[in-house]
Design a protein around this ligand. Structure first.
Ligand code: DAH
Length: 339
């Protein structure tokens, strides 16, 4: 009996040793200690043991059982510990890894340029006003001294909604809308989107932005226009910037001019940026045509004024040295991120 018990013990301990999972360990427990287990078998056989021997055998069985239980319990603890450690290892946080960044949006180069222009003119006492993008032919052309048969219409071919309504080709109609309200004097800029049926290329887009400027008051002269735009150019492109007025024609101003600024890259010596000329064209301007004033019920003998129109994209391209306008509209993150 003694040997039989010793053998059972040895076998069960070996099985415990060989177990590699908690399930296996449980199987060993059942087969050793369960109802049909080897030890239970021995207890069942007690009836064949001499009565005086029974307590001894009983004690031996209990001792073996206790040893097996201890071994089972210890092995189980060890396995659980190992499992926990494994889990900890897998869940380790590597604090040296780069953190996930939140993508924060920011202003478009057009917006940055616009806010810069607005800042400059607000500083000179101008108001910022807006007008509709879908505009009456009357405001976009007629009231700006561009009648139906005027050749200037061809330069600004647009998208017609019907005979009377167009997508505005310029922000100049906001001049008329503001003057019509009859509140004088006027000192305003009007930024906004405009449309022309142009082919897309590096310098053209069927939709772009302009900033219109208008000043109406008593005794406003071309000198005021010059001083204002010279100051604007200095603020935008640097203190050293000079302006040059070239005679030009716009139907709604008389006289009219185009304005160049001295190249802020080479200071006017001539470089690749200004195509060797030392000058960069930036806007159109002039003294508001008396006929335009009259159409807005302003008496040209009492009031005069100047106006100008500048392309917003042109400024953004120049300021940030972007060589293709299309980049401004493609919304490529890699491009936009740089500003
Ligand atoms: N609207 C003109 C254009 O789109 C630009 C312009 C020129 C606006 C002269 C003006 C101006 O107000 O006086 O070409």
């Amino acid at each position: 009996m003694k040997e039989k018990l010793a053998k059972i013990k040895e076998e069960v301990l070996a099985q415990i040793e060989a177990s590699d999972s908690l399930e296996k360990l449980n199987e060993v427990r059942v087969s050793a200690l369960g109802k049909k287990g080897a030890l239970t078998e021995i207890l069942k056989g007690m009836k064949d043991v001499a009565p005086e021997e029974r307590p001894k055998v009983g004690q031996m069985v209990n001792e073996v059982r206790a040893e097996i239980e201890t071994a089972l319990e210890q092995t189980k603890l060890k396995m659980e510990e190992a499992e926990r450690e494994e889990k900890m290892k897998n869940e380790v946080i590597d604090v040296t890894l780069p953190a996930k960044k939140n993508k924060v949006g920011h202003r478009h180069p057009n917006t940055i340029a616009l806010e810069e222009v607005e800042r400059i003119f607000i500083g000179m006492g101008y108001e910022v006003v807006e007008g509709p993008e879908v505009e009456k032919d009357y405001y976009n052309f007629e009231a700006l001294n561009i009648p139906k048969d005027h050749p200037a219409r061809d330069e600004q071919d647009t998208f017609y909604i019907n005979d009377e309504i167009v997508l505005r080709t310029q922000t100049s109609p906001v001049q008329v809308r503001t003057m019509e309200q009859g509140k004088l004097p006027i000192r305003m800029i009007a930024p906004g989107r405009v449309f022309r049926s142009d082919e897309v290329d590096a310098t053209h887009s069927p939709s772009f932005h302009q900033i219109e400027g208008l000043v109406i008051d008593k005794n406003i002269t071309f000198a005021d226009l010059k001083g204002t735009l010279a100051e604007f150019a200095k603020e935008l492109f640097g203190e050293e910037t000079k302006v040059k007025f070239r005679p030009h024609h716009f139907p709604f101003t008389e006289p009219s001019a185009e304005v160049d600024v001295s190249c802020f890259k080479c200071g006017g010596k001539g470089c690749r940026f200004c195509k060797g000329s030392g000058w960069i064209e930036i806007l159109g301007c002039g003294m508001v045509h008396p006929r335009v004033l009259e159409m807005c019920n302003i008496d040209p003998r009492e009031y005069s004024g100047f106006a100008f129109g500048v392309g917003l994209e042109r400024i953004a391209l120049l300021k940030y040295e972007i060589d293709d306008m299309r980049l401004l509209y493609e919304n490529d993150d890699r491009f936009l991120k740089q500003f």
